[in-house]
Design a protein around this ligand. Structure first.
Ligand SMILES: *Cc1c(COP(=O)(O)O)cnc(C)c1O
Length: 400
């Protein structure tokens, strides 16, 4: 089938819930994707922050293939070696105490909400607790996760959502203090907002929220589903900020492309929240996906991915300075590590820029607030940055 036939067949049979770009990807190698016609694309999107070490990684493929031949599903009624190994590694690199594996990011958010509610229930012997979340946040599309997502367009058709969610202004500690009341059991924050527009939190803001949670004995949930797993230059962004959450959410790059997420808790939370019977999942933490977690963490550590992010970030940022200087429609840039956004003015639409870049062989993303979002694999080189920036400049020069 050629790409037109594939697109037509897909649209005939798939519920049209995504506006997909007009491209059919066939395979990938390193940081390059190939469409079915054989055209090459430089990947600066990583499948929305998932393919952290690019495509066709031999170590990863070997681990997965070996596990496929042994066991790929067994119920959570039983133990298996990969669950033991992956949870040990994940607790180590996240600096958290206990892990619960899920199948997606949204499912990790759901688990965190239940954990926080149960913690408050145990402590005060009553139910009725709610969550404080941030404006412009994104936590996923399931009903619980959508309830704490601060973007009206995603929410309005589905109201009423979960009760007792109050929104505060990101990076405004006073507004968080105002939103917290006696019914608050947790505050959920992305240390770097992704979908909302690639906006890093201020260190003082996260420290202030931490202190507030300590004072009130409520739980701090960091959603690092997008900014975690090395993307900002530390294993989790909260390590860079020096602020520890009570519950840490991870997914996207966690399985290197296989679908797995997790919520991680401290011992304090584990000891007085969910107990057997409170929560569960059929596939979560299966042997195949936990093998992927183990391989991802090993590759990240052994292949020096964090070092690559940290050594190339100043260069990437200097090239983004150039874009802002040279292109009239680029107002500013912001981000952390390999999670960067170029803020565009009203003369161009980020979505049109993404489309034009794709036609020129560069895969990039947009984000809220008319932002062009870059989430390259953590293995890119200086030459890849040069190539991507050249295409972005070319496109922005034409678009403006
Ligand atoms: C993508 C994302 C989610 C949702 O993850 P899914 O796997 O799509 O359910 C939640 N939070 C953040 C910050 C994300 O970027």
């Amino acid at each position: 089938m050629n790409s037109k036939e594939i697109i037509d067949l897909t649209e005939q049979n798939c519920f049209h819930v995504y506006n997909r770009f007009n491209v059919v990807f066939d395979h990938g190698d390193g940081v390059t994707l190939y469409d079915v016609e054989g055209k090459a694309y430089l990947d600066f999107a990583s499948g929305i922050g998932v393919n952290a070490f690019g495509y066709n990684n031999k170590k990863f493929n070997d681990t997965i293939t070996r596990q496929l031949g042994k066991l790929y599903h067994i119920s959570n009624l039983y133990y298996h070696p990969m669950l033991a190994e992956a949870s040990k590694k994940l607790c180590e690199v996240s600096k958290m105490d206990k892990a619960f594996f899920t199948n997606s990011g949204a499912e990790a958010v759901e688990g965190a909400i239940k954990t926080a509610k149960k913690y408050a229930y145990n402590k005060n012997n009553r139910s009725g607790y709610g969550i404080v979340a941030m404006d412009s946040s994104f936590h996923g599309r399931t009903v619980g996760a959508l309830s704490v997502t601060g973007t009206e367009a995603y929410r309005t058709p589905f109201l009423p959502l979960m009760d007792k969610v109050d929104f505060a202004t990101f990076n405004d500690l006073g507004s968080v203090k105002d939103a917290v009341d006696d019914d608050t059991c947790a505050i959920i924050v992305e240390p770097v907002q992704g979908e909302g527009g690639v906006t890093p939190a201020n260190k003082e803001f996260l420290e202030g929220v931490r202190a507030l949670c300590d004072k009130k004995d409520i739980l701090l949930i960091f959603d690092e589903i997008q900014c975690g797993m090395g993307r900002t230059g530390s294993m989790y962004a909260c390590h860079g900020y020096g602020v520890k959450p009570d519950i840490l959410l991870t997914a996207k790059a966690l399985g290197g492309g296989l679908p797995i997420g997790a919520f991680l808790v401290t011992d304090k939370v584990a000891k007085s929240s969910l107990t057997p019977g409170d929560h569960g999942t059929t596939y979560g933490g299966n042997p195949l996906c936990t093998a992927a977690v183990k391989a991802s963490i090993e590759i990240m550590t052994a292949d020096g991915l964090l070092e690559n992010v940290n050594s190339l970030t100043p260069y990437l940022e200097s090239k983004l300075d150039e874009v802002v200087k040279d292109c009239k429609c680029a107002k500013s840039h912001r981000g952390k590590g390999f999670m960067q956004g170029i803020v565009l003015d009203e003369s161009v639409k980020a979505g049109d820029v993404v489309k034009a870049c794709l036609e020129k062989g560069l895969v990039v993303l947009s984000a809220g607030g008319n932002v062009l979002r870059l989430l390259p694999p953590l293995v890119i080189s200086k030459a890849d940055i040069d190539k991507a920036i050249a295409i972005i400049k070319e496109v922005l020069a034409v678009e403006q």
